[in-house]
Ligand binder design. Structure first.
Ligand SMILES: *Cc1c(COP(=O)(O)O)cnc(C)c1O
Length: 556
């Protein structure tokens, strides 16, 4: 048996704990759970990230509209350990100083964070680690260079020699350029040989199948910023095409790549089939850290198997959520009525307000409180469309004040309370745009029943009417925009119509009657939901898959 490889995991954000604001959403939560699972399994894995001074934008709702705010969070972190290590990254022909902190407090594998907010940079470069995803072009590239180049240099300075460099999403791809520079400059290799050597050690995870979510930069700007290092334009084009696609670069720099669900494996392979020399993409479905995301009493009740115990543990979690809602929004929800949760980044394809599409169908349920809804979610800070969707959700909460709630400033605290405390988890993205989705997994483990389009992870788990529901006529027949005729807009409109018809059909003819008239069946479904997901969609299973399928030395 060969020794297990030592892995260095690179990611722009980590969701380890609610108030440690170095995360924005799904990518960070996934990374945080990866580190916790690595710690639980005593793996030889370290991680590289960024110490964001202002974090992601905070969301404040005022007069029915969402606003962004950027309080300073960094000063609250008294658990950061100073490693004493400092590295320099040359950006725009200036040395940027990066301090390296270490974080182990959250039951996570060692995480090293780079920080440019240090006195040496106060003449002009301390802003680089200010806001997570708060800028684009120069700002974003500078951040990616710190993470990537600074990250490799930090590992060297700390005396850590990884066998595998894992780029989680494409922000860290300049680490591949730094590894190439080492081989070419320090070891005198030619580019082709260096690339062959670097590829033996790099693995890459691709996420969003939405094209706009995959970053592209002009070569002019990359060269100006210094991201080329000592490579020339032909070499950089060979890695990432022109303009420079960060995802294509990740696929070419890696020996193994993966997507984050089975359906996403197909989508990603089709989407990137034009990239010659790309690593093969295998599917590794995401998982969530059970210790972080499940309610102990609920899990114990499932282990016991007694229906009354399961119901009362669930109702306790539901009451905790209802109390949180009352404290934050002053609205008293009813614990004996169906409560549906929905929380996601407000992006158009996720269709957060789909359920409100036809008031003539849904309004009577909202007015009577037979259906209660709790929403949360922030748009990307630069996304105006997302801001409009959020404003519409807030408007709905004003229209149906006792049954629709919008919780501002979605974070891990809200995420945990919702995925434990609602009865049903609603998710209705347009297929096949959701890479994986992990909130539904958190919900399912807690016995919260999923009601979702067959996108992301859900096709792998859904047994329609047994452990949750598919938003489709028979639990199978799911459509995409390509199943309809007409212009792009017409196709989307028909898909939305198709999905909302099915959503109402399943919700009003199956979910609502089961909840109110057949509690035994409901609790049986909760058990199935928990049993089908607790192991299968855990971060522990996911990490084992990473070791088997992409980190394993025999794949070298
Ligand atoms: C779980 C979680 C996410 C990820 O949710 P998806 O379902 O993957 O979109 C994002 N943000 C928070 C706060 C979470 O808890």
């Amino acid at each position: 048996m060969s020794k297990e490889p030592k892995v260095a995991y690179f990611c722009m954000e980590y969701g380890l704990e609610s108030d440690f604001k170095i995360y924005s959403g799904g990518l960070g939560i996934l990374a945080g759970d990866h580190l916790k699972a690595a710690y639980d399994q005593d793996r030889d894995l370290v991680a590289i990230g960024m110490l964001w001074k202002l974090g992601y934008n905070q969301q404040i709702v005022k007069d029915g509209k969402p606003y962004k705010a950027y309080p300073v969070f960094k000063e609250d972190y008294d658990f950061l350990e100073d490693t004493g290590v400092k590295v320099k990254v040359n950006i725009r022909e200036r040395d940027v100083h990066c301090k390296v902190w270490k974080v182990t407090k959250f039951g996570n594998a060692d995480l090293y964070l780079l920080d440019t907010d240090v006195p040496e940079n106060y003449a002009g470069d301390e802003w680089i680690t200010d806001r997570l995803y708060g800028g684009f072009n120069e700002h974003r590239i500078a951040q990616e260079m710190v993470l990537s180049i600074g990250g490799v240099k930090a590992l060297r300075a700390l005396g850590i020699e990884p066998d595998v460099y894992h780029f989680n999403d494409s922000h860290p791809v300049f680490a591949g350029v730094e590894l190439l520079r080492e081989k070419m400059e320090d070891q005198g290799m030619w580019f082709d040989h260096a690339l062959e050597e670097v590829r033996k050690k790099v693995v890459f995870t691709t996420h969003t199948p939405v094209l706009a979510g995959n970053e592209v930069h002009t070569h002019h700007l990359l060269k100006y910023m210094g991201a080329y290092q000592h490579l020339n334009v032909e070499q950089m084009v060979a890695i990432g095409d022109a303009p420079f696609s960060m995802t294509a670069a990740g696929l070419r720099l890696a020996r193994n790549a993966n997507s984050v669900a089975s359906l996403h494996e197909q989508t990603a392979n089709e989407m990137w089939s034009h990239v010659d020399g790309a690593a093969p993409i295998v599917g590794i479905t995401n998982g969530v850290h059970t210790g972080t995301w499940t309610d102990e009493d609920v899990v114990a009740a499932f282990a016991d198997g007694d229906n009354d115990k399961i119901w009362s543990a669930h109702q306790k979690a539901k009451q905790a959520l209802i109390d949180l809602v009352e404290e934050r929004n002053g609205v008293k929800l009813d614990a004996d009525k169906l409560l549906i949760g929905f929380a996601r980044r407000a992006a158009p394809y996720k269709r957060s307000d789909l359920i409100f599409s036809k008031p003539e169908v849904i309004e009577e349920y909202l007015k009577s409180g037979k259906v209660q809804l709790v929403f949360s979610g922030k748009p990307h800070p630069l996304d105006d469309m997302g801001r409009k969707i959020t404003a519409n959700l807030i408007a709905m909460s004003k229209k149906y004040p006792s049954s629709v709630v919008f919780l501002e400033d979605y974070d891990m605290t809200i995420g945990a309370a919702l995925t434990r405390g609602v009865d049903v988890w609603l998710n209705n993205p347009r297929r096949p745009k959701e890479a994986s989705g992990t909130s539904g997994m958190k919900a399912a483990m807690n016995g919260v029943l999923n009601l979702s389009t067959l996108d992301g992870w859900w096709p792998e788990a859904c047994r329609h009417g047994e452990n949750g529901w598919a938003i489709s006529p028979d639990g199978v027949e799911a459509k995409t925009a390509e199943d309809f005729e007409g212009s792009h807009e017409e196709k989307l409109a028909q898909l939305d119509e198709y999905d909302v018809t099915n959503l109402y059909d399943v919700l009003l003819n199956q979910v609502v009657p089961t909840y109110y008239d057949n509690q035994d069946k409901w609790i049986d479904m909760m058990k199935e939901s928990h049993n089908d997901t607790y192991e299968q969609f855990s971060a522990g299973r996911m990490l084992n898959d990473y070791y088997k399928l992409v980190y394993a030395p025999e794949n070298n």
